[in-house]
Design a binder for this molecule. Structure first.
Ligand SMILES: [Zn+2]
Length: 308
């Protein structure tokens, strides 16, 4: 309790010093399912929020290790931000049930679903989860498109303002600054990848589809035969054939994916394996969304350049 009081005082002092207006009685306790959403919440919320992500940056967002501490965190939260579109279907519902917190119940002001307002890609014509497909409502990895991030940032700013009206001006200011930086960075990233238009990439999971669409890259295969299904020898043989035929020589893996399988494929196709991530903080010096995207774009552009 003492720490909380001190933090509140410190925040109040900071707000007064920077002259942005009255301080809130307490900071909003914001919980997000994944670190990318936490990074956004921090950009928008600034000193008026305290943000914590349930998943580690190196954890697969579809399969997060549920811990008792997660229940405590959710029980105390004023706000929960989830990706939605079934990204967290495998682990979040039982945690929420145990947390018994009406403030973040479905439909409550404290519950933010990032997928609302996003134009989803790869929405299946028929709803089918039976074969283990974890993307039954479409592809939930939409934060790798910076324009989607803009939509989510606006949604977060509006909801924070509703929950903490005294800080609403600051949320708006933070959002405007974030958007301005995003616009500048997006132009930079597009410029870096423009010479590599239609470059072919292979990914482990269908996690870079939105990035590929925004920057005109071509995901020609995935090591998983279906999202959430481990690669089989028969499927990998097909991937190798496709890669050779298309001369695709870049394979992307995330920290929690099987790099060895990717390396085996790379040896047989004269390809390179690139370590990338969807989550800020998963790789060194990628704590913010901008740092992460800088890293991904630079890594891709360098690899494509070396292959020319
Ligand atoms: Zn997925």
């Amino acid at each position: 309790m003492k720490t909380m009081t001190l933090l509140t005082i410190a925040t109040g002092a900071l707000v007064v010093l920077s002259g942005t207006g009255a301080s809130s009685p307490a900071r909003l306790s914001v919980v997000t399912t994944t670190p990318d959403l936490a990074a956004l919440a921090r950009e928008i919320g600034g000193d008026a929020v305290e943000v914590r992500a349930l998943a580690k940056p190196t954890e697969d967002p579809h399969y997060v290790d549920a811990k008792p501490s997660h229940i405590v965190t959710l029980n105390r939260a004023d706000v929960l931000i989830e990706g939605g579109a079934e990204l967290e279907l495998g682990w979040l519902p039982p945690l929420l049930e145990s947390a018994r917190n009406d403030r973040i119940a479905a439909g409550a002001p404290g519950r933010i679903v990032a997928s609302h307002g996003i134009r989803m890609l790869e929405v299946p014509a028929t709803f089918d989860r039976s074969r283990g497909d974890v993307h039954a409502l479409g592809n939930p990895h939409f934060l790798l498109d910076p324009l989607n991030v803009k939509i989510i940032a606006a949604q977060i700013a509006n909801r924070f303002a509703q929950l903490d009206p005294a800080s609403s001006q600051m949320f708006t200011a933070n959002r405007r600054e974030f958007e301005a930086t995003l616009d500048l960075k997006l132009a930079e990233w597009q410029q870096q990848l423009e010479p590599h238009r239609a470059a072919k990439i292979v990914t482990y999971h269908k996690d870079f589809v939105y990035l590929a669409e925004r920057f005109n890259l071509d995901v020609i295969e995935t090591l998983e035969p279906k999202p959430g299904i481990s690669p089989s020898p028969a499927h990998l043989a097909k991937v190798i054939a496709t890669m050779k035929a298309a001369n695709a020589r870049v394979i992307l893996v995330q920290p929690y994916q099987n790099r060895k399988t990717a390396e085996t494929l790379a040896r047989q196709t004269n390809a390179v394996v690139l370590d990338v991530a969807q989550q800020p903080g998963a790789l060194t010096n990628t704590t913010t969304y901008f740092a992460l995207m800088d890293y991904i774009v630079r890594t891709l552009a360098t690899a494509f350049q070396e292959m020319k």
